[in-house]
Design a protein around this ligand. Structure first.
Ligand code: ADP
Length: 354
């Protein structure tokens, strides 16, 4: 299967800037799939979208659709949709006319416009709002109208730039799921820009992580989560228990991994002897002192959702654990001494050292 969109060595330095906003970015995207472009503010996400949309000209490299370069093709001839966080709905038009806007400028006939707008009102579950002014609907509803408007002309590629950034957490989760449903219904190919990894994971088939204008990892969400390619990606995803690790072969030929917190026989062996051990919070169990396990002091406890986020200190090493509320009869207490056991089978070895 060939990619619908191919981006090759795309590079951009803005006038007067010292460093490139985007540097040598390469990836492919298959038809009907969604890619989340993930990274902190200023890493080049919007620049990438603007280059693909044709709103900026690259200094090097290209984006191509079905193998044909887009260099020199003006934005309106690319057949792409782009939706920004600020939505830019037309306040003087009602919901229906906002959705119809792009179809009118593309000179669709009146019957075609009506059919497509009705279809989108139904798809986005906003039929009762059709004749309302866009000023008289909620933020989440405005988001749906903006999405319907970008989908209306059936773009070959739809790009969403931090589309849910302004909404509260519950609405963001709900709309992220909706975007998946709508993508499947419309079969549209999607690029979704966000700094929120939960949102990226909820929406995307593939994730492209940018750091300082460079693509540092590209792959399915599960791979990015389980095997972050760099320390930056690991920390950006919220992984905290990262320890330098050495893998060696014992006299009887077994592999042995050793980090500051223990020695174990790893299942997967990285390519280099020196690596990093990632200990997921779920792998850590806190037990009463003097039971089998390493002695630790509880430094801090915060309640997050349904679990306690516990910071432990083991021989000077910090370790974050998660304890389900209800799993212990009492709240873990700072400054108390406990024993900690680690399920080494859940520990992952990553191919880099900080
Ligand atoms: P993101 O979308 O990830 O926040 P941007 O693509 O907006 O990142 O910005 C990447 C870098 O390029 C930043 O350092 C930003 O300050 C710079 N930048 C963005 N737009 C311009 C511009 N029009 N002129 C000069 N520098 C810019």
């Amino acid at each position: 299967m060939t990619n619908l969109l191919t981006v090759t060595s795309l590079t951009k330095t803005y006038d007067a800037a010292q460093t490139p906003a985007l540097s040598n970015v390469t990836f492919g995207l298959d038809e009907g799939k969604s890619l989340a472009v993930l990274g902190p503010s200023g890493c080049g996400k919007s620049t990438l979208l603007r280059l693909i949309a044709g709103l900026e000209t690259p200094d090097g490299g290209e984006a191509a659709m079905n193998g044909e370069s887009l260099n020199g093709v003006p934005p309106h001839r690319r057949g792409f949709g782009l939706m920004h966080q600020d939505l830019a709905l037309f306040p003087h038009l009602n919901v229906r006319d906002n959705i119809a806007f792009g179809l009118r400028s593309q000179r669709w006939d009146a019957e075609g416009i009506q059919r497509r707008v009705n279809e989108l009102l139904e798809l986005m579950r906003i039929e009762p709002l059709a004749d309302r002014s866009v000023d008289a609907i909620s933020g989440g509803e405005q988001q749906r109208v903006a999405l319907a408007r970008s989908l209306a002309p059936r773009p070959r590629l739809l790009m969403l730039d931090e589309p849910l950034g302004a909404l509260d957490r519950r609405l963001r989760e709900e709309l992220a799921q909706e975007i998946r449903r709508i993508r499947d219904h419309e079969g549209v190919t999607l690029i979704y820009v966000t700094h929120d990894h939960d949102e990226a994971f909820a929406v995307a088939d593939d994730i492209l992580v940018l750091e300082g204008g460079r693509a540092v990892q590209h792959g399915p969400p599960e791979d990015v989560w389980l095997k972050p390619a760099t320390p930056f990606v690991a920390r950006f995803l919220g992984h905290e228990n990262l320890f330098p690790c050495e893998v060696s072969t014992t006299e009887d030929g077994a592999n042995e991994a050793r980090c500051a917190l223990g020695t174990w026989q790893p299942i997967d062996v990285p390519t280099s002897q020196a690596c990093t051990a990632l200990i997921p919070p779920e792998a850590i169990t806190i037990v009463e002192p003097n039971q089998n396990g390493a002695e630790a002091t509880i430094e801090d406890v915060t309640l997050q959702g349904g679990s306690y986020d516990v910071t432990l200190n083991i021989r000077g090493e910090k370790l974050r654990a998660r304890v389900l509320v209800g799993a212990t009869s009492t709240r873990p207490n700072p400054n108390t001494t406990v024993s900690v056991s680690i399920d080494w089978n859940q520990v992952r070895l990553l191919d880099w050292v900080e």
